[in-house]
Design a protein around this ligand. Structure first.
Ligand code: R5P
Length: 294
């Protein structure tokens, strides 16, 4: 069943897995609230709901919880939620006293709404994700292998060199580099103690004649990506492109990337954006369902 956010993705998954689709009627009221009506008998059925929690996060989250609660009350035996982008996942610890660990409480809310298991893609901190709410079964797909395989097929002419914008993304950079049979490097990022501005040290690796691919799990303000592109472009590579999993940046960030001289901006379609090249993750999710449940 698709929630209000994910009809196209759910149709693709249903087609690829040959699973039947439960119909949902919904509309948005004048005040912004959502009317939901599930069609069909769900008693003793295992239901997979696909609902994203990309912006507007709170609305999408509550729709998922309302649907899940209702399915359980109508007798669904198990509820699996596929959430391509899980919101509130970056507040994963109490960095300063009193800071709300939103990631943990979001998972608790999902569990309390009747969800038995979650399938997510590249959550920000997999270790924290798996440690919170152990009674909620969780599977977190790393899309980078799949994305790199698609890129290998679509751009065989490229002489890739993979760059992570910080150490945190270096393992993903290695994953991508392995598939593209090349090397991976990471940039040394530091924050100016006075201005708090993010800066990069000049890279120590050679980018001559290379098609540099900067990879990251997520882009929001675009600050990290734009600075990384600037420093790499100053090293005169052949081209610079980006590959993200979750693309939450605005149009002006995309324009700024192209103005700098970036060749291609790519991401998965966990969050739909028609202004960049997106790689469909429906086969990745479908393969998991076929392996795990069918
Ligand atoms: C950081 O750990 C993440 O991987 C991203 O680099 C960061 O969240 C991107 O944020 P922004 O686009 O606001 O720089």
């Amino acid at each position: 069943m698709s929630g209000p956010t994910s009809l196209e993705l759910t149709k693709s998954i249903a087609l690829l897995t040959k699973l039947p689709m439960l119909l949902l009627n919904f509309k948005h009221f004048y005040d912004g609230e959502t009317y939901l009506q599930i069609e069909g008998d769900v008693s003793d059925e295992e239901v997979i709901i696909v609902q994203n929690t990309a912006p507007p996060q709170e609305k999408n989250l509550i729709e998922l919880m309302l649907l899940s609660q209702s399915l359980k009350e109508h007798g669904a035996s198990q509820i699996h939620a596929i959430i391509p982008y899980l919101c509130y996942a970056r507040a994963d610890r109490e960095r300063i006293s009193g800071e709300v660990v939103s990631h943990k409480y979001t998972l608790q809310l999902l569990k309390s709404a009747g969800i038995d298991s979650l399938i997510t893609i590249n959550v920000h901190n997999p270790a924290a994700y798996h440690s919170f709410v152990p009674s909620l079964e969780k599977l977190n797909l790393n899309a980078f292998t799949f994305l790199a395989e698609q890129l290998k097929l679509s751009s065989p002419e490229k002489e890739w060199l993979i760059v992570a914008p910080d150490k945190g993304a270096s393992e993903d950079a290695k994953t991508v580099a392995n598939i593209l049979s090349t090397e991976a490097f990471w940039l040394e990022k530091y924050r100016d103690p006075h201005t708090h501005e993010v800066k990069f040290k000049p890279p120590s690796f050679n980018t001559n004649d290379k098609d540099v691919l900067i990879i990251d799990d997520i882009i929001t303000s675009g600050g990290t990506a734009l600075k990384a592109a600037e420093i790499i472009l100053s090293q005169s590579p052949r081209t610079v492109s980006f590959l993200f999993v979750h693309f939450l940046a605005q149009k002006q960030t995309i324009d700024a990337m192209y103005s700098l001289g970036v060749e291609r901006v790519m991401s998965s379609n966990t969050i739909i954006n028609n202004s960049i090249h997106q790689i469909d993750i429906a086969p990745l999710i479908s393969n998991l369902l076929l392996e795990k449940y069918l």
